[in-house]
Design a protein around this ligand. Structure first.
Ligand code: HEC
Length: 142
């Protein structure tokens, strides 16, 4: 685990049990949300996938794993509010950045730059959509 992931796990643990309530009053906060929404629905690559292809409806799964609908709660409460998480399948603590890399891979996109604007924007989009969900990080995931 690198230092950034350790820091993200510690800081998020300080918010454990609190409800998500991301502000949207500043124009830059709104801008990031809009950018995240666009990135979430942006289809491209060899399969023409967007995040929304796998996370834009309820009750779908892939390889027996439930895919949360990340456009709103409760999907974001399960899928966003529980990261960073310890992944049993890889035996590692993963930050949301790490999780996004793996989803970009599944989307057949290149990895986004670490902490680049698009990753922050997606975090704002999912975080705002998680309104009211209880922060559960650090959690344990498959
Ligand atoms: C091809 C399908 C696919 C695409 C496209 C995809 N994902 Fe995922 N996503 C998955 C799978 C599979 C998992 C893991 C579910 C599990 O392990 O239970 C996952 C998990 C996640 C999680 C954690 C969910 C949880 O329950 O903890 C988040 C957050 C997430 N994806 C966000 C995104 C974002 C943002 C994008 C677009 C950049 C994206 N995903 C694109 C398939 C996809």
């Amino acid at each position: 685990m690198n230092n950034l992931e350790a820091l993200a796990a510690w800081i998020s643990a300080e918010s454990k049990g609190h409800k998500f309530q991301l502000p949207q009053s500043h124009p830059q906060e709104k801008r990031m949300y809009d950018m995240g929404k666009r990135a979430f629905h942006y289809r491209a690559g060899p399969m023409d996938f967007a995040c929304a292809t796998c996370h834009g409806q309820t009750d779908i799964r892939i390889r027996l794993q439930d895919l949360p609908d990340l456009r709103s709660n409760p999907g974001d409460g399960i899928g966003f509010a529980a990261w960073p998480a310890y992944r049993v399948s890889s035996g590692q603590m993963w930050s949301m950045q790490h999780r996004l890399n793996d989803c970009y891979r599944q989307q057949r996109f290149p990895y986004p730059g670490y902490a680049s604007d698009v990753t922050i924007a997606l975090g704002v989009y999912m975080g705002v959509n998680a309104q009211g969900a209880v922060a559960a990080a650090p959690a344990i995931k498959r």
